[in-house]
Design a binder for this molecule. Sequence first.
Ligand code: IPD
Ligand code: CA
Ligand code: CA
Ligand code: CA
Length: 280
Amino acid sequence: NNGSVIGGKSFTAVAINCASKAGEWIQTKLGNHASLDIKYSSHDLVTEVDKGSERLIRNLIMTHFPHHSFLGEEGVKPGPEASTKALEDVREAEYLWIVDPIDGTTNFVHGFPFFCVSIALAHNGEVIVGVVYDPMKDELFVAEKGKGAYVHGKRMQVSKEETLRGSLVATGLPADHQYALPLNLRGIGAIAPQVRNLRIAGSAALHMAYVAAGRLSGFWEIGLNSWDLAAGALLIQESGGVVGDTLGNPYHLGVRNVVASNGIIQQELIAALAHAEANQ
Ligand code: IPD
Ligand code: CA
Ligand code: CA
Ligand code: CA
């Protein structure tokens, strides 16, 4: 395998350890998060728990792999320009950890039990480990490049659904109300009437994990960041699904407008979004 052990510690073991430690700690803070900050608008929140979770993960990773690079959401200024720049700065790193310390902060703040910790490791720009942990359900989703993806230690497979008509599909309502939200609303207008039903549960990474597990047949959203997608993308690919963007390009770390599915409905999803001009 691709040198995935340094000093006796496997990358995947460290990723799992970080995700479960952070997830357990986050859960103890549910309902009593100390302070709430608004990042861009009342739609974009951050708490001390997001920052604490990122600190915990970063410290653990740096203890094991001090020469690796690290990109975490809470270390980056809000907004697409800052996050593009932050990714460009580290994208060429040999080993890059990409971390969303809580994906689904709004849910966490409201006590709606659908959020996760998302941790990915990229090697020369390619994701080789992806871990998503849902502390509320104690569900750990793990993927290693070329070795499959697992939940509860059981190999995952994407759904076999062949049509949009029979598919349960998810999307998100982005915090960016200027650009991303209007586009996604057009997409929703186009896709909702064509699918069995639509879910908007508030965590992109967990939605991606659910596509990998076959619980959803597809997911799309406009305006996401590398830390929302990196771990989930590998989970889906290693479960036999397809991840790309709204224009049909394959997944890479810079993808923001994601379309992910079991592969079979991928073109139908992309075509529906294109028809609604919800992909610019
Ligand atoms: C958000 C969640 C949400 C999605 C937003 C993301 P955060 O991440 O994934 O489902 O709709 O676009 O920003 O801020 O909770 O980590
Ligand atoms: Ca956030
Ligand atoms: Ca996120
Ligand atoms: Ca987050």
